[in-house]
Design a protein around this ligand. Structure first.
Ligand code: SF4
Ligand code: SF4
Length: 375
């Protein structure tokens, strides 16, 4: 598909064109924080700050979503003139009316990064995984209605490590069209039919050879700026072999189980389901959960298979680089580095993988007194 060029000053007109047919979501700075939010005319898209604080996953997998409304009522059978039930044996009984909700507006997410788009691909496997066996109608309806227009990362941050995970600052996995900032504007490469449709705006011109070659240089220079702290080779097997290693205990000591790393992650997808009932009316909703929460795996009996903090800490990294890869033949991490940036105690996933994803002398045995006191 032909590469196009959009002048910088045409960006608002392009977004306005998209907004005529769809909700447009883009990174915008509000009160000093860059977040993905619905774009309207007059809002400036923030592309200089490399990563919005939150990934855009909440626009496909909302933090809280009500998907059922229900209402109880008591049905009293009609009485005949003689005061007997109209239907023999009929007794007052309870009825429940249920209404299912699934809002999936057509939307375009502009300005996400290749690692954010890759996060969606990783979640796709779970919510539509195993050939549809676990097909999730809420997620998949929104995903089908969403177009992803990503922007190449010109200046990766020190916390980025996408290149170590077979991705890159101009990665195209999950991306419908890739924009790259060059002199005077953007080159735009449609990569899917959705992307081609989104680029139907008349303000695009065909990119010149000079613009295309400048975009290629931006991409190749960006790759050289990405941290490559480890190779993936052996990580899965070493995590497996180190499952009982005391290193997990040492590494988790700084963790305060706040769950921030899971909430900002573009590929963490765990949720819990709750009902709220006020008198006879209620709602069922799902809300993001996190595997650092001690209640996350607690069973009704009170037994918790991950009772220690080190067990829960180990789970997060093992899930992303061992359990999920075993199931889906890909990683559950795109190397965006958000968990590193926002962890209040500066726990660095790269360090954890370097330590626990490497061969270690087996150090199993009885837990120490300190391990026994972890909670
Ligand atoms: S685990 Fe961390 S680096 Fe990996 S995708 Fe999630 S937030 Fe980004
Ligand atoms: S953000 Fe840091 S402190 Fe909070 S749960 Fe994650 S690793 Fe632990």
């Amino acid at each position: 598909m032909a590469i196009k060029f959009l002048k910088q000053d045409q960006l608002p007109a392009f977004l306005g064109y998209l907004a005529e047919k769809a909700r447009v979501v883009a990174p915008v700075k509000t009160d000093g924080v860059v977040q993905f939010e619905p774009w309207t005319a007059g809002k400036d898209v923030e592309l200089d700050v490399l990563l919005a604080k939150q990934s855009p996953k909440e626009w496909v997998f909302p933090q809280t979503e009500t998907y059922l409304k229900f209402q109880y009522s008591t049905v009293v059978p009609e009485q005949s003139d003689e005061g007997e039930d109209a239907a023999e044996g009929a007794v007052p009984h309870e009825m429940i009316e249920v209404e299912s909700l699934n809002e999936a507006p057509t939307q375009v997410i502009f300005g996400l990064r290749p690692c954010d788009a890759r996060g969606f691909v990783q979640m796709d496997q779970v919510f539509g995984g195993y050939g549809g066996f676990y097909f999730d109608p809420l997620y998949n309806a929104r995903r089908a209605a969403t177009t992803l227009l990503a922007v190449t990362c010109r200046d990766p941050r020190s916390t980025c490590f996408c290149a170590a995970l077979d991705g890159g600052p101009a990665g195209t996995e999950g991306v419908d069209a890739l924009f790259t900032q060059v002199d005077g504007g953007f080159t735009a490469e449609p990569l899917t039919e959705k992307g081609e449709t989104a680029l139907g705006f008349s303000g695009f011109a065909d990119a010149t050879d000079a613009q295309t070659s400048q975009a290629d240089s931006v991409k190749s220079e960006a790759v050289t700026k990405v941290d490559a702290p480890f190779t993936l080779e052996g990580i899965r097997d070493n995590l497996h072999d180190n499952i009982e290693d005391k290193g997990w205990h040492d590494l988790c000591m700084r963790c305060i189980s706040c769950g921030t790393c899971t909430y900002v992650c573009p590929s963490c997808y765990c949720f819990s389901i709750n009902d709220e009932l006020v008198e006879a009316k209620g709602e069922r909703y799902r809300v993001w959960d996190n595997c650092f929460n001690p209640l996350y795996t607690e069973e009704t009996s009170g037994h918790n298979p991950r009772a220690q903090k080190s067990n829960r800490f180990r789970n997060r990294f093992s899930h992303k680089f061992w359990y999920y890869p075993d199931k889906y033949d890909s990683l559950l991490c795109s190397g965006c580095g958000r968990c590193i940036m926002h962890c209040p105690t500066r726990i660095d996933i790269r360090e954890v993988l370097q330590v626990m994803g490497s061969p270690r002398a087996a150090a199993s045995g009885e837990p120490t007194e300190a391990e026994g006191k972890e909670a």
